[in-house]
Ligand binder design. Structure first.
Ligand SMILES: Cc1ncc(COP(=O)(O)O)c(C=O)c1O
Length: 477
């Protein structure tokens, strides 16, 4: 099989350094017999990242960077170095962008949502394919009486309806402020939306938020090629460690538009109780409430250096070869009657997509096996997948064909609806799908183990599966 794979994807041979690293830096996967296929959920760290971070902490004395003493300055310098490393990683000019430290992507998105100058007449436009942490910005927009406009996505590819996109983006030329948000890569379907939209939307007067959280772990983001106003990142998704640190990249020319709804320790140069005034600190500190996760911040530099030593292009080549093989093989897995075992939601070729595959498994008669049951069956085989809607309700609705009416009943009368009534209405509508995502430490054997797992469903009727151990105690999502 491996030979056939190499013939189909000869460029995989250029990524063998990652097989070596798998045996050293990521050896815990094999020693614990784990097949990890949830890289869109979280990346994996190399063992050396932990060692290097621990050594740094063990051999230095670091204080809170908000002071000017010796230990504080030592830490402050590290934080500033990490900001520059983040800019270098995304090829961003320090003259054009600044890095605001946040706890994660969600923290970055909340910061933007609460600070963006939404008002009556302004517009928040976003693709239906978006993570809930982007969808949630609509609550800030609505509270300020801004219009919220969703751009639909279309099955089976789950790409944006471009004519609807331009209708929305060309509307509201006079809006006092308008923010357009889309993910560079869908965390649901793996679709990569065109980065060309950034320039085009900006030319139409939009501020652009690029949610890059699921794109950057295996694709280069070059901020000299594209110039979104805002970009959110969670570092653990790229190199696994540390958790608890992300960032909002902000174009300096757009930063003045953001208005903080409050101030806090660390964000001001001076504040007074007597006149109730304050001055915000210039630069990123104005957006960093309290003390940043300073002991973890240097681990971001260590993670970036690790990825740079491999090369993001090498990671990209590798994950796309493995994704291509999965896309080739999955449709060949069929029941004896010819019906497919696995259905893929979203693109079925490697064209304009990343290494995230969304699926469901079906029995010979075409009955869908609940993704949570399939996830449990994979768990029994020590394979980590992810079931559910993946915090991306718009993509789920388009993939599974939920209509507005289907969902409206769930929210018909939330004030008086009892929890039982709500549960009855929601039955079947929380159904999700099963995501598989490939990352830098994935090897061919992992992918083959997943395919073997998929083949084990051939000719198994759903009734038999639902009597099996994975379905015991399972009441439905
Ligand atoms: C595309 C996308 N955006 C945002 C997020 C939110 O990231 P976090 O949970 O790290 O804040 C995720 C997480 O999976 C994501 O995939």
């Amino acid at each position: 099989m491996y030979q056939r794979f190499l013939e189909a994807y000869p460029e995989f041979a250029t990524t063998v350094t990652l097989d070596d690293l798998r045996a050293t830096e990521y050896s815990r996967l094999d020693s614990l017999r784990q097949t990890y296929l949830d890289y869109t959920g979280g990346g994996l760290y190399a063992a050396s990242q932990l060692r290097d971070h621990l050594a740094l902490l063990a051999t230095n004395v670091f204080g809170n960077p908000h002071s000017k003493n010796l230990t504080s300055l030592a830490m402050g310098m590290r934080v500033e170095t990490t900001r520059l490393d983040v800019l270098r990683f995304f090829n961003a000019s320090p003259d054009e962008y600044m890095v605001i430290c946040t706890p994660n992507s969600t923290g970055a998105l909340k910061l933007l949502g609460e600070s963006y100058p939404f008002e009556l007449g302004s517009v928040f436009a976003l693709t239906a394919d978006n993570h809930n942490s982007v969808n949630g910005i609509r609550e800030f927009a609505r509270r300020k009486e801004a219009t919220v406009a969703y751009v639909p996505i279309v099955a089976p590819e789950l790409r944006v309806d471009e004519s609807a996109l331009w209708d929305v983006l060309k509307s509201a030329p006079e809006a006092p402020s308008k923010l357009f948000a889309f993910p560079a890569q869908s965390n649901f379907s793996g679709v990569q939306h065109p980065l060309e939209w950034i320039t085009e939307a900006r030319e139409l007067g939009w501020d652009v938020l690029l949610d890059a959280a699921s794109f950057v772990p295996s694709n280069p983001l070059d901020l000299r090629q594209v110039h979104p106003d805002f970009v959110d990142i969670s570092f653990y998704k790229i190199f696994g460690y540390p958790t608890g640190v992300g960032c909002l990249l902000v174009r300096k020319a757009s930063a003045h538009k953001l208005m903080r709804p409050w101030y806090a320790g660390g964000t001001i140069t001076f504040s007074t109780v007597a006149t109730m005034d304050h001055y915000l600190t210039p630069g990123p500190a104005a957006f960093e409430d309290g003390t940043v996760n300073y002991l973890s911040v240097p681990a971001v530099t260590i993670g970036i250096e690790h990825i740079e030593s491999i090369g993001i292009d090498v990671i990209h080549t590798r994950v796309m070869c493995l994704t291509g093989w999965l896309l080739d093989q999955l449709p060949t897995i069929r029941h004896s009657n010819g019906n497919p075992v696995v259905r893929i939601y979203g693109p079925t070729t490697t064209d304009r997509r990343g290494a995230t595959l969304q699926t469901n498994f079906f029995d010979p008669d075409g009955a869908r096996i609940d993704s949570y049951v399939t996830e449990r069956m994979a768990t029994a085989e020590r394979i980590s997948l992810r079931a559910g809607c993946h915090c991306n309700p718009g993509a789920r609705e388009a993939a599974l064909g939920f209509t507005r009416d289907d969902l409206a009943t769930c929210f018909a009368d939330t004030d008086t609806m009892t929890f039982d009534q709500f549960r009855r209405n929601i039955v079947g509508k929380t159904t999700g799908a099963l995501r598989l995502s490939v990352g830098l430490a994935t090897n061919f054997a992992d992918v083959e183990r997943y395919l073997h797992f998929a083949r084990s469903f051939i000719d198994r009727p759903i009734d038999e599966i639902m009597k099996g151990p994975a379905a015991v105690g399972y009441v439905g999502a």
